[in-house]
Each structure stands twice: as structure tokens, then as C-alpha cells.
Design a protein around this ligand. Structure first.
Ligand code: SF4
Ligand code: SF4
Length: 479
């Protein structure tokens, strides 16, 4: 009679480490996956792409609504013209954006990277083009390994043709903010586009093709400065994508109807789906990593696995370090949210202060600009024997409409303009004009030499409240 060997329940042994696509190196074939966060990402990406490709085609007051006219050095934004001297305002806008990004990072981690960054948005779009031409990840792996055939050639060339078209559209749309987009497109179509603009269109297209088609996650992990410094701003309450080790470990495969807890297993079935869908090729179960761009693709993937297994969702989820470290009983009270911390208050104060300064500056911003320089080489005497000074006045119409201006002079002495100066300037036009000022012969100060301070007034004829002043000095010799 053979001896009976009793079956023993062995403690769970973790599998040997399976290298992630990032660790293996080479091309990462991201598996496409649907879910709540993918839909959210696609909606935001679609809206941003529409904004980018569409805004340049909007006209406002007979002018392109948003245009940085490099040739004329004017920046048009929805009815307002900014000139190089207004660039301080641009500095304020950029500082506010930077502080906003810092504040968002402290609270919500890398939501910018996952949902709004152009690099991520274009990469997702290029990955979609790759999928419709070459198939999903496993088909692409097979295609890579397959010898060249007509099918492979057709699929590859279709993919690259789509990528090139999308890149060219990006280059044109981008340069359409620096040169009137309609002119740009018609000049390009008729091969009459200036060489410098042509260079930039093709340069931006080449960068898009390279970054979104080939470099992809390498831009985020090796080249992006924001990825480097944002981890410094993270704290225990910052929103991150995290794997719940307490719930998931020990990981291991099992049958759906099996009592896996009796085998010492946690909720992670070790299916690797979260790794296959990750665009940066990492395993979120290894903890928070700098390579994670916070796209939540792994959350969608894992939630679908949990649904299939009949387990609660959220094994991989939006969470915080504090929550991941807390015990199941404390989980509710440690939920991530906006918790006030010193850095957030500091960024908030900076944003409010900069917004206030920007609002005041915009309110005080003149609708015209005037400058006056005395022509030092011209100190004349007119036919009446009166001293005459000549000034170079530079006047700019900063509005989007044609305006007519009248020049006058304010002085305690008897200075006067030798003729009437009335000018009509089209939207955004800047003119330079010589202006002669004379001192009346019968003014007693005429007997001594010296200088007289006075002011030029430039008024908008139709809106007299729009008046601008410019101080100047009149020089004369005594009799
Ligand atoms: S780990 Fe998850 S959230 Fe992070 S990049 Fe990969 S898929 Fe996106
Ligand atoms: S998708 Fe979920 S269950 Fe599957 S390996 Fe990742 S964490 Fe585990």
C-alpha cells in the first residue's frame, strides 16, 4: 500500500521580479485602455486642441483675435494691442501662470502632466494614430518582429503619413499666431511663404514629429525641467496615483471564486495590466516614481480588473502618501483634499497680489502712447525773430480702431505750436512726426536765456477723455 502524502498549505511566495518596459529599455508599446479617466483626458485634450487650432482663425474687430505680429512688433489680444513697452504686463501674466502651476502641483500633483501638457496631449494623439494604423500593443510587437512585407510597409507608411500631416498642421497652427494665419496658409499653398516663416513652420513640425512620435515619455522623464523640480513640492497630502500595498499584497494569481485571503493573498491578482497601459512603462506597485506623469491609465485598468473579480475599486487610485500610510480605520479622515499648508498660502498670496497689480496696470494702461525728444541740432529763429525748437514726437494708436488725434501745448509762458497738428492713425499704427514750438516775441522772459518746461497734450478728438501728456523742455538764448 502506497504511503499517503498530506497536501500542505504553503505560504505565498512572491513571483520573481518581472522587469517593466521602462527597465527593459527600447520602445514602449502602450496598451490602449478605456475608462473614466481616459474619457476625461480625451475630452480635455480635445478641447485644448480645438482651442489651439481654432483660436488663430477667430477675427475680432476686423483683425486676427490673437496675433503676435513679429514684423510689426505688436501683440493683438481680443481687441487690445500690446506693444514692446507693455511686455511688463506679459511678465505679470507669466508669473501668475507659474505660481498657479506651483499651487496646483502642491494640491493635485501632476494633473498638468497627465491632462493638459501639450507633450502628453500630442503623444496621446500620435499613439491613437499608431493604434488605428498598426493595431494595439500586442499587434505592434508582432509587426516590429515581422519581416518586411507589403502589409507592414503599408501600415508603417500610413502611420508616418498621419504623423507628418498632424505635425505639419501643428507647425502651421503655431506659426499662425506669429503671422496672420490666412496669409500664412495661402502663401504656403502657393509656395510664396518667406524663408524665415517657412523655416519655423517646418522646424515646429519636425519637433512635433520627433517629440510626440519618437521620444514620447523620454521628454517627460529626461528632458522636462518641471518633472525634475515638482517632486520637491510634493508633500504627504499631495494628490498622487498610488497602489494600496496594504490591500494589494501579497499579490498573486487566483481563480475568481477562490478564497484567496485564506491563501495569504491580497487583492492584486498580478495581472500586469496596470503596467501594460502605462505610457512611461513603469509599475505603479513599486511606489511613487518620478516617471509617473499622473495620467491615471493604470487606475482605469486596475478598476476594470477589480470589477471583473468582484472586488472593490480603488486598489490603484488617486490618493495621498498620508492616506496610503494610514490604517484602514483612518482612511476616511486622511482622504486627500485641499489642506492649507504654508507653501499654498504663500502661492495664494503671490497670485492675488500679482492679479491686483495686473488689474491696476491694465486699468491704467493708456489707449495711446506718446513720447517726445527735442532735436538738439535744431535751435532756430523764425521770420518773426522768435526762437523755435523742433521735437520728434512718436505717437501710437493702441486701440483696434482708426482714431484721430489733436496735438496741443500747455505752458505758463507764451510757447505755441507753429501749426495745427491733427493726425489719423489706423489700429495699432505708430507714427513719428517733427513738431516745431516757438516762443512769442513779446514774452518778457525773452530777454534772458534759459529753458522753459512745458507739456504736449495729445487728445483723441472723438473721446476727449483719452488725453495723454508728455513733458518737454524748450531752450532759448536771450536777446
Ligand atoms: S503609473 Fe499610472 S498614472 Fe503613472 S504614468 Fe503610468 S499609467 Fe500613468
Ligand atoms: S492592474 Fe491591479 S490587479 Fe492587475 S497587477 Fe495592476 S494593481 Fe494588480
Amino acid at each position: 500500500m502506497s504511503e499517503h502524502i498530506p497536501v500542505q498549505q504553503l505560504p505565498h511566495q512572491p513571483r520573481t521580479h518581472k522587469p517593466t518596459p521602462a527597465e527593459r529599455g527600447g520602445k514602449i508599446h502602450t496598451r490602449s485602455f478605456s475608462g473614466i479617466f481616459r474619457r476625461l483626458r480625451m475630452t480635455i485634450a480635445g478641447a485644448l486642441a480645438l482651442l489651439f487650432f481654432g483660436t488663430a482663425w477667430i477675427n475680432w474687430d476686423g483683425h486676427q483675435a490673437v496675433l503676435w505680429d513679429l514684423a510689426e512688433r505688436k501683440f493683438y489680444v481680443f481687441g487690445t494691442t500690446f506693444l514692446p513697452e507693455d511686455f511688463l504686463l506679459l511678465a505679470f501674466v507669466m508669473s501668475i501662470s507659474a505660481f498657479l502651476l506651483l499651487a496646483v502641483t502642491v494640491v493635485a500633483g501632476r494633473v498638468w502632466c497627465g491632462y493638459a501638457c501639450p507633450q502628453s496631449t500630442w503623444t496621446w494623439a500620435f499613439m491613437w494614430m499608431e493604434k488605428i494604423t498598426e493595431g494595439d500593443s500586442y499587434q505592434r510587437v508582432k509587426l516590429d518582429a515581422a519581416p518586411w512585407s507589403l502589409d507592414k510597409l503599408f501600415r508603417r507608411s500610413s502611420k508616418h503619413a498621419l504623423w507628418i500631416l498632424a505635425s505639419l498642421a501643428t507647425g502651421i497652427a503655431f506659426m499662425g499666431y506669429f503671422m496672420p494665419v490666412r496669409t500664412l496658409v495661402s502663401d504656403l499653398a502657393s509656395a510664396q511663404l518667406e524663408i524665415n516663416y517657412s523655416f519655423w513652420v517646418f522646424f515646429i513640425a519636425a519637433m512635433t514629429y520627433l517629440n510626440a512620435g519618437w521620444l514620447r515619455e523620454k521628454v517627460c522623464t529626461h528632458m522636462c525641467p518641471y518633472a525634475r523640480f515638482q517632486s520637491v513640492m510634493f508633500d504627504k497630502d499631495t494628490l498622487i496615483i498610488g497602489y494600496d500595498t496594504q490591500r494589494g499584497e501579497s499579490r498573486g494569481s487566483r481563480r475568481k471564486d477562490e478564497d484567496y485571503q485564506a491563501k495569504g493573498l491580497g487583492d492584486c491578482i498580478d495581472c500586469h495590466l496596470c503596467v501594460q497601459v502605462c505610457p512611461t512603462g513603469i509599475d505603479i506597485r513599486n511606489g511613487l516614481q518620478m516617471d509617473c506623469i499622473g495620467c491615471a491609465a493604470c487606475v482605469d485598468a486596475c478598476d476594470s480588473v477589480m470589477d471583473k473579480m468582484g472586488y472593490a475599486r480603488g486598489l490603484v487610485s488617486y490618493t495621498s502618501e498620508r492616506q496610503l500610510e494610514s490604517s484602514p480605520a483612518q482612511r476616511k479622515s486622511t482622504k486627500p483634499g485641499i489642506r492649507w499648508r504654508t507653501s499654498l498660502v504663500a502661492y495664494g498670496v503671490a497670485i492675488v497680489a500679482l492679479l491686483a497689480i495686473l488689474a491696476i496696470s491694465l486699468q491704467a494702461r493708456e489707449q495711446m502712447a506718446l513720447s517726445a525728444y527735442r532735436d538738439r541740432s535744431v535751435l532756430r529763429i523764425n521770420s518773426l525773430g522768435e526762437p523755435v525748437n523742433v521735437y520728434r514726437l512718436k505717437l501710437t494708436n493702441k486701440t483696434q480702431q482708426t482714431q484721430t488725434y489733436q496735438l496741443s501745448l500747455e505752458s505758463d509762458s507764451s510757447l505755441y505750436l507753429t501749426k495745427t497738428y491733427q493726425l489719423t492713425l489706423i489700429a495699432g499704427e505708430r507714427v513719428e512726426l517733427p513738431v516745431a514750438v516757438a516762443l512769442k516775441h513779446n514774452d518778457p522772459i525773452h530777454n534772458t536765456g534759459g529753458h522753459i518746461d512745458f507739456r504736449f497734450h495729445m487728445s483723441n478728438i472723438n473721446q476727449p477723455e483719452q488725453t495723454i501728456y508728455q513733458s518737454a523742455s524748450f531752450l532759448y538764448r536771450g536777446k
